[in-house]
Design a binder for this molecule. Structure first.
Ligand code: GLC
Length: 460
């Protein structure tokens, strides 16, 4: 346990984080008297907790993810535990469903030097933020270029930071338009909407005929999902928050960005979307749709699996159609690149890190990727599964996913992203609920995002 190349980096925490985080990780352990051995003791949660087999020699690791409404993660973990019985014992820990809250909770744990979590599922925007302060392991030695073969390029890139690779893609995400196939047919509509204007027309036609409560629901709350949704409107109108060629240049104060926000707000103003959408996250919007209360829903692929579960859905998969998100009238369909990578706590004991990487290999092998797709309708990160007819037939989102993935736009890759996200979430939410007009929002954001980047770069 002496020198490890992947060990935590020192003194690299951004200047705008609280003072405590500026103590280097190694200093922290010295001060707290824990040392790596002490930290490792904390890390070996789960050891002996559940029939670890003769003598408790299994390495205990704790695996954290967002809650999985489809139950597939638990199935895979059980499978891993039974295959590795007596050697590795995974304890599963569910974190908040809201990506922003989950991030805050993890960051607080890592700043405190905790090794309670050994390996975790992290949002695509996190690697740079956790890599900079040295919270997660650089996996370059293990996840080599050869190992990376066959992975989709865009999710892979979200893990790259300053020449290292800090996570392994696990599942990718793209926003889709879910629609009530049955209600559209009854209204004589033969194809789902290609533009936002068409969506409004179709929604009101169907609402009038069927009495469905809402036309369209999506995620508009003041959190990460609200950022993704607003960015989709902005991107599909041809706007950007940052210059795609230079992510230190803020470009949000543009007519295109204002057009995008105007379209988003018009869903509420035109009565297609309830005002309450500005409080909706994934769960609220999904519930409205699966309850039969909405004609259209914007959401991630796993919702399709939920529609097949009568315990949570009063409609069936037969009633649900899936399409790319609509485009602005002169633009193209754009979907936010979402998804989750697997990362390892840099402070975990070497044997815990090794066992964690075993779990990562298992979770990303073709067989488990296939199960994630067929049982949970999660989009795989291995190209070969998109070419697999059996998977395509079983999971329509995968068939559509191949195309949707081509249209995804990533969020800014920045070690300061969480601060940027906070102000975007707040401003986009103010625009959606009508508190601020798009002009004010785009000019406020231009200023605030520039300040964050300059401060982060130590220029201010
Ligand atoms: C989904 C996406 C993730 C995104 C989140 C926002 O989980 O995979 O990337 O940040 O939704 O709510």
């Amino acid at each position: 346990m002496t020198e490890r190349t992947e060990g935590p980096r020192e003194e690299t925490t951004p200047a705008d984080t609280p003072a405590v985080s500026r103590i280097s990780r190694r200093d922290f352990l010295k001060i707290s008297g824990a040392g790596l051995a002490g930290a490792a003791l904390l890390g070996v949660a789960g050891c002996g907790g559940g029939g670890g087999g003769g003598g408790g020699s299994a390495v205990g690791i704790t695996f954290a993810t967002t809650p999985d409404p489809t139950g597939t993660f638990q199935t895979l973990i059980d499978e891993f535990n039974s295959q590795n019985s007596g050697q590795i014992e995974v304890t599963y820990r569910e974190m908040p469903p809201d990506s922003s809250q989950y991030f805050d909770q993890l960051r607080t744990e890592f700043q405190g030097g905790s090794t309670n979590i050994s390996v975790f599922e992290g949002d695509v925007t996190w690697p740079a933020q956790f890599a900079l302060p040295g919270f997660v392991l650089d996996l370059s030695d293990r996840f080599t270029e050869e190992e990376q073969q066959g992975f989709l390029e865009a999710p892979l890139q979200t893990n790259v930071y300053e020449g290292g690779i800090f996570g392994v893609p696990w599942r990718t995400d793209a926003g889709f338009l879910y629609y009530r196939r049955d209600l559209l047919e009854q209204a004589g509509i033969s194809a789902p909407p290609a533009t936002w204007d068409e969506l409004k027309q179709q929604a009101s036609t169907v609402q009038q005929q069927s009495g469905t409560r809402y036309g369209y629901v999506f995620q508009g709350a003041d959190y990460e999902g609200g950022v993704v949704n607003a960015l989709e409107y902005i991107n599909s109108a041809g706007g950007n928050v940052l210059d795609p060629n230079d992510s230190s240049v803020v470009t949000v104060d543009s007519p295109e960005a204002r057009e995008g926000l105007t379209t988003e707000r018009s869903m509420v103003e035109d009565g297609i979307t309830p005002q309450a959408v500005s409080t909706y996250k994934e769960d609220e919007s999904t519930a409205a749709f699966l309850n039969g209360d909405a004609v259209f829903l914007r959401n991630w692929p796993y919702v399709y699996a939920q529609a097949g579960d009568s315990a949570v859905s009063s409609i069936t998969q037969d009633q649900v159609g899936i399409a790319p998100l609509p485009a602005s009238s002169d633009g193209e369909s754009v979907s936010g690149l979402g998804g989750w990578n697997l990362m390892i706590n840099a402070l975990a004991e070497p044997e815990v890190q090794d066992a964690s990487y075993e779990l990562i290999r298992f979770m990303t092998d073709p067989e488990q990727q296939r199960r994630l797709a067929t049982e949970g309708s999660y989009l795989p990160i291995l190209q070969e599964l998109y070419d697999d007819q059996e998977v395509q037939d079983a999971v329509p989102v995968v068939a559509l996913g191949a195309e949707a993935i081509q249209n995804t736009v990533p969020r800014p890759v920045s070690p300061f992203y969480s601060d940027m996200s906070l102000v975007m979430a707040e401003q986009f939410n103010a625009s959606l609920n009508g508190e601020e007009d798009p002009e004010t929002v785009t000019s406020t954001l231009q200023q605030e995002l520039t300040d964050i980047i300059e401060q982060g770069q130590g220029l201010a």
